[in-house]
Design a protein around this ligand. Structure first.
Ligand code: DP6
Length: 400
């Protein structure tokens, strides 16, 4: 085609999400279809995000990908699934639309580079933001405008929830081809401005059992997981959506904790058992319950994914006091790392009554640091050419 552009670069960012009703277990490993619906909160990209550049050019001879500056194997099945899916959608669009505004060749190879603004070593999951960002960037360069749930989901199930800001539901769907297994926004990021999120980074160690293998074993061996998916989650989804819509923190917080606990119970019910929580995680759980008991209501809530880090939900008026309680129970070690990162937190005071109520001997250094953040928007396009991680030659720009 004479009008074809020889080169197109797009850079975008995508957020991390944290599930308050957990996804655990697939009914189709290939298509990544879940055994239950799930619901998550999208975290703000000022604190946690993936940035991805995708470039297509008629001069590229092969697809290539760089993650955090290192070239990785583009042949990884999940990356291949995303690429295949996006090219299929692009082809479908072309054949249905004669007046294509972006007549770029589908046969062009793509180069992709992706970086996270948070340390991978912190043990924070990056696959959700990573695959959401990949899907979003690929869609832009190949001119795909349809729903991207399927593309992101084929990278990592939870990634489809990172395609939207605010509060997001991943409907499990019923169809065998997964066409109805899609993410949709329940409420936008502006819906609950008082809501705050604290990530308590507990350990930098790599986890023993990854989510993919872990949930596979759970599906095969845990009767509790089956019960959870069939008899518990459907009602919890409806309940959680209602709490979000009503901005009911009591309900939201309590159900978030119960669902996290049930997820970890299904892990213990898996054979051989899986345990993602460590002693520090359990001490955080204890601290949260003591803190709430002291106040006579649910003022903070925890949730844990496939690792020991805690994600805490609370309202802005409680952040300072809760952070003071964390400092008291887990005094930072002077390791040169700033203990509080992200949104500013006012210094809080702990009353003697609350100190006594916490009733815990301090364990210094077991929480490495805290990231304070809030609910945030979905993927964004970065227009400025400076934002591109790949140069005009399609290779990573040298980092300064
Ligand atoms: C515990 O989405 O990482 O974080 O689909 O195999 O890539 P795959 O798994 P992944 O699992 C996330 C599990 C979880 C709960 C959740 O985010 O809902």
């Amino acid at each position: 085609m004479a009008s074809e552009k020889p080169y197109l670069a797009v850079t975008c960012t995508a957020p991390v999400n944290i599930a308050v009703i957990k996804y655990w277990g697939k009914r189709d490993e290939e298509l990544i279809l879940p055994i239950n619906s799930s619901l998550s909160v999208t975290l703000h990209q000022d604190q946690l995000k993936t940035t991805t550049t995708a470039v297509i050019s008629k001069d590229f001879t092969e697809d290539r990908i760089w993650l955090n500056g290192r070239e990785e194997d583009i042949g990884q099945p999940r990356i291949q699934a995303c690429l295949r899916e996006i090219r299929r959608l692009a082809r479908k669009r072309r054949s249905g639309d004669e007046e294509d505004p972006l007549p770029l060749s589908l046969n062009y190879k793509v180069h992709v580079a992706s970086v996270n603004n948070f340390p991978t070593a912190a043990g924070l999951a990056s696959s959700a933001s990573g695959y959401a960002c990949l899907a979003y960037a690929l869609a832009r360069v190949y001119g795909v405008e349809s729903d991207l749930s399927e593309v992101a989901r084929r990278g990592s199930g939870s990634a489809c929830r990172s395609l939207y800001g605010g509060f997001v539901e991943w409907q499990m769907g019923e169809q065998a081809d997964g066409k109805d297994s899609v993410a949709r926004q329940v409420a936008p990021e502006s819906h609950w401005p008082e809501l705050r999120v604290l990530i308590l980074v507990v350990s930098a160690e790599k986890k023993l059992t990854g989510s993919t293998v872990g949930m596979q074993t759970s599906v095969e061996t845990s009767p509790l997981l089956r019960f959870r998916a069939e008899a518990v989650v459907p009602a919890r989804m409806a309940e959680m959506i209602r709490y979000v819509k009503e901005r009911n923190f009591q309900g939201f917080g309590e159900l978030t904790m119960k669902d996290s606990n049930q997820f970890h119970a299904t892990c213990l019910d898996t054979f051989p058992p899986i345990s993602y929580l460590n002693d520090t995680s359990r001490r955080i759980i204890h601290l949260v319950h003591r803190f709430n008991a002291h106040h006579g209501q649910t003022k903070v809530a925890y949730t844990f994914d496939a690792g020991p880090n805690a994600v805490i939900f609370t309202l802005d008026d409680t952040v300072a006091e809760f952070v003071a309680a964390v400092r008291h129970s887990f005094p930072p070690e002077s390791n040169g790392d700033k203990f509080l990162k992200g949104l500013p937190v006012k210094p809080g005071r702990l009353s003697d009554e609350l100190k006594a109520a916490l009733g815990m001997d301090p364990t210094p250094g077991s929480i490495k640091y805290i990231i304070a953040t809030q609910v945030g928007p979905g993927p964004q396009i970065l227009d400025h050419p400076h934002a591109h991680l790949l140069g005009p030659d399609g290779l990573p720009k040298p980092t300064v």
